[in-house]
Design a protein around this ligand. Structure first.
Ligand SMILES: *[C@@H]1O[C@H](CO)[C@@H](O)[C@H](O)[C@H]1NC(C)=O
Length: 454
């Protein structure tokens, strides 16, 4: 506590006891205050952060710290100068240094990094969507950095913020029926709701957070595991489910009594793009729209049996490339020339609008080239009107819901040898792309899953 704050507390006590005796008007200074509005928010909500009652025209540093579910410390910091009235407003003022620069109301969140000395190759991903992330924000005096923290600039004020993927009232249901492994999120209220089938990539497992957030926006959303999950048929390193499985998942949504059977979309990232397009061209499956984020239009893994199993993902490493640090890049694997023709989706059969999102710095998939191929194929089939592309310079492979920090590199596997993969993307443009794509995705879904059908 600074002497300034201590005297302030004494003042407060004095005012309180004297105030009871006589209605004296005190003009004392109050301590600094840091506020966040709201302090409980969804992950995609912008939070207004303000610090006030600071010395005017002075340097201050804003900090964010949080622990992820594995206990690793993440942090960000930014240097501001207070106004003549002693305030900083992150929606109005520019950071002049630190984890980001410029006027970035949500920079303290998307610029989070593992704290110095932490584990290498971390990627921030929420497993338990029924609990929030808790962020501790604070303001200290001077322009300081993590290296000199503790020796200078003690904390002047702080505030805690909860950010959630799952809104109050959203129902979460673990689905283990008809052979399906997934989690269904249903918005509050009776419905019926439009729905999305939500697919991730070759990281495998069951990833729920995007679905939880989509349900918080009024869509029933079904996260479907298809690979690398203990409840699926083994072995863990191959895809052992095929068309029947994805069709079952689609029909499961169609038959659900809180879902509009004719308003279902499919969304996928990475290998999930291939699956999204494949599902949309299966006989008897007619989604209302597809959203593809950074991925191929064909299977990058051999499909020895066209219906189902794949070879192990790591079986064919011919097109893996490595940067100077030995980090693997999977981009070449999905270059259209490197995908076997029989593994490419029959794109000309698509009959619904497709939104294709491209991070131009994607080092993990040849997303631009695959978007080009899809666009050309649809045009040649007289279906060019179905295709919309959003393309972002400086954005990498892992385009996630907004304000999540980008993992440019992350740990891919530990055995037989530790291997890191380069996903690409630069902090600020990647964050801007996430914000823009999310807004446009929701608009696209609103049009094609909720819109009037004359
Ligand atoms: C945030 O503040 C709470 C309450 O003071 C504390 O329990 C928690 O450890 C803090 N988190 C970090 C990352 O410092």
């Amino acid at each position: 506590m600074t002497p300034w704050m201590r005297s302030c507390t004494t003042f407060a006590k004095l005012r309180c006891s004297l105030g009871a005796l006589a209605r004296v008007r005190w003009s004392s200074s109050v301590g600094p205050v840091l506020t966040a509005d709201p302090t409980r928010a969804l992950m995609d909500e912008q939070i207004r952060i303000r610090a006030r009652h600071l010395p005017p025209l002075s340097p201050v540093t804003l900090w964010t710290q949080m622990y992820c579910e594995d206990g690793d410390l993440w942090q960000s910091y930014a240097h501001y100068n207070t106004n003549s009235d002693g305030s900083v407003n992150l929606c109005r003022d520019a950071s002049v240094g630190g984890s980001y620069v410029g006027c970035e109301p949500m920079g303290l969140f998307w610029a989070l990094q593992p704290a110095p000395g932490g584990r290498e190759g971390l990627r921030l991903r929420k497993r338990d969507v029924q609990a929030p992330y808790v962020f501790n924000l604070s303001v200290s005096g001077g322009h300081v950095s993590p290296d000199d923290r503790g020796t200078q600039g003690s904390e002047l004020a702080s505030v805690s913020i909860e950010r959630w993927y799952m809104a109050p009232g959203v129902k979460r249901m673990e689905i283990r029926e008809h052979g399906l492994v997934g989690t269904l999120f249903i918005p509050p209220g009776p419905g019926p709701f439009p729905a999305v089938l939500d697919l991730w990539g070759m990281g495998g497992g069951l990833v729920e957070y995007r679905s939880a957030l989509l349900a918080s926006k009024g869509y029933a959303s079904f996260s479907l595991a298809y690979f690398g999950h203990k409840n699926l048929p083994g072995p863990l390193d191959t895809v052992n489910v095929g068309n029947w499985y994805f069709k079952k998942a689609y029909q499961f949504l169609q038959n659900h009594d809180q879902i509009c059977g004719d308003r279902i979309g499919v969304i996928g990232l990475s290998y999930g793009v291939y699956l999204t397009l494949r599902i949309a061209t299966l006989p008897g499956v007619e989604p209302s729209c597809c959203i593809c984020i950074n991925g191929p239009v064909g299977s990058t893994i051999s499909l020895p049996d066209a219906e189902a199993r794949t070879e192990p993902f790591e079986f064919n490493q011919k097109h893996w490339t490595f940067d100077a640090k030995g980090q693997v890049m999977f981009k070449e694997v999905s270059r259209p020339d490197n995908i076997l023709p029989e593994n490419v989706v029959e794109m000309e059969k698509l009959s619904c609008p497709v939104l294709f999102i491209v991070g131009e710095d994607d080092t993990s998939a040849a997303s631009t080239e695959n978007a080009d191929l899809l666009e050309e194929t649809l045009k040649a089939a007289d279906k060019g009107h179905l295709f919309t592309r959003l393309s972002y310079t400086g954005a990498g492979h892992l385009i996630e819901p907004p304000y999540a920090p980008n993992a440019r590199v992350s740990l891919w596997r530990v055995k037989p040898k530790k291997l890191f993969t380069l996903w690409g993307g630069h902090v600020a443009p990647h964050a801007a792309a996430q914000e823009d794509t999310w807004r446009k995705m929701l608009e696209f879904m609103d049009t094609h899953l909720r819109g009037d059908r004359g």
